[in-house]
Design a protein around this ligand. Structure first.
Ligand SMILES: Cc1ncc(C[n+]2csc(CCOP(=O)(O)OP(=O)(O)O)c2C)c(N)n1
Ligand SMILES: [Mg+2]
Length: 269
């Protein structure tokens, strides 16, 4: 499964049995384009790997056609934001693209959708993980999958419990027909995309070293032979001396002014 996702030429690669977040995003875009609805499509994403896949593989040519909670975004954003988008632009096709984790944070809004007859389409990109965090655990924590595997309800059954139609998609070949079915239904529709579990989104930025480290002993004082401390080490020294960056700066200025002050005092005496 993992190897299957390593191919990056997803437009030309042969159709395989399993769908991935990337292939879903591309086929979403392709369906909208081929049906002539691309300029009339608004995508609203949640936060996570699916959000990155959408950003990379759904090509937005129309301004304001992507609503996303952005960096430091909040899981659960997509569904309520899509309701707002549909109210603002009732003539447009509004799609939610959410992860299985984030969707569960505001899934109660399915009631609002049904109550107010809001015909938005929902794509849950279901990888069985808090995928964005899982990817970090895979790469930086030796696959120690702590708290990231998640159990979800059957999202199609959940939608049905609200009176909303839905469908499962397990194979790439099913993506386009199901997306078309949802788009043309005229009612809210939920698609549960069962995608590859351990797909990754790249490029990603590795975590930087922390600017402060807790330590029992103060760091060694730099000698005249030792190289000039870096700005990060300077932050350490200030922190260990109990002074903030600004206080340290003020102290340095005061020490420079002290000899001038002493000279002035002696001159007066
Ligand atoms: C309310 C909230 N909690 C935690 C996070 C941190 N966070 C960012 S992405 C992510 C995982 C999202 O998982 P899922 O919704 O399944 O999307 P996937 O990454 O699997 O596509 C988490 C926990 C967040 N952004 N918002
Ligand atoms: Mg997920």
């Amino acid at each position: 499964m993992k190897g299957d996702a390593s191919a990056t030429d997803i437009i030309n690669r042969p159709d395989t049995a399993i769908s991935t977040p990337r292939t879903s995003s591309t086929t979403f875009w392709r369906e909208a384009k081929e049906s002539g609805r691309l300029a009339q499509t608004i995508i609203v994403t949640d936060v996570g790997q699916h959000q990155m896949s959408e950003a990379q593989y759904f090509r937005h040519d129309t301004p304001r056609s992507l609503i996303t909670s952005g960096g430091l975004g909040t899981m659960g954003f997509a569904l309520p934001a899509a309701i707002g988008a549909k109210f603002a632009c009732p003539e447009k096709d509004v799609w939610v693209i959410a992860g299985d984790g984030g969707f569960q944070m505001t899934a109660c809004e399915l009631s609002t959708i049904q109550q107010e007859h809001i015909a938005i389409n929902i794509a849950v990109i279901n990888n069985g993980f808090l995928g964005m965090v899982r990817q970090w655990q895979e790469i930086f924590y030796d696959k120690n999958y702590e708290c990231t595997p998640i159990l979800s309800p059957d999202f199609v059954a959940l939608a049905a419990a609200h009176g909303i139609a839905g469908a499962h998609v397990r194979q790439r070949a099913e993506v386009i027909p199901t997306v078309t079915r949802a788009r043309t239904s005229g009612h809210p529709f939920l698609i549960n995309f069962h995608v590859e579990k351990e797909d990754g989104v790249y490029p990603m930025i590795a975590p930087a070293p922390p600017s402060t480290r807790w330590s029992a002993a103060p760091p060694p004082t730099p000698s005249s032979n030792s190289p000039r401390p870096s700005s990060i080490e300077l932050v350490h020294l200030h922190r260990h001396s109990g002074l903030s960056e600004v206080e340290g700066q003020n102290l340095r200025i005061s020490l420079l002014l002290l000899p001038v002050l002493l000279l002035f005092v002696f001159a007066v005496i």
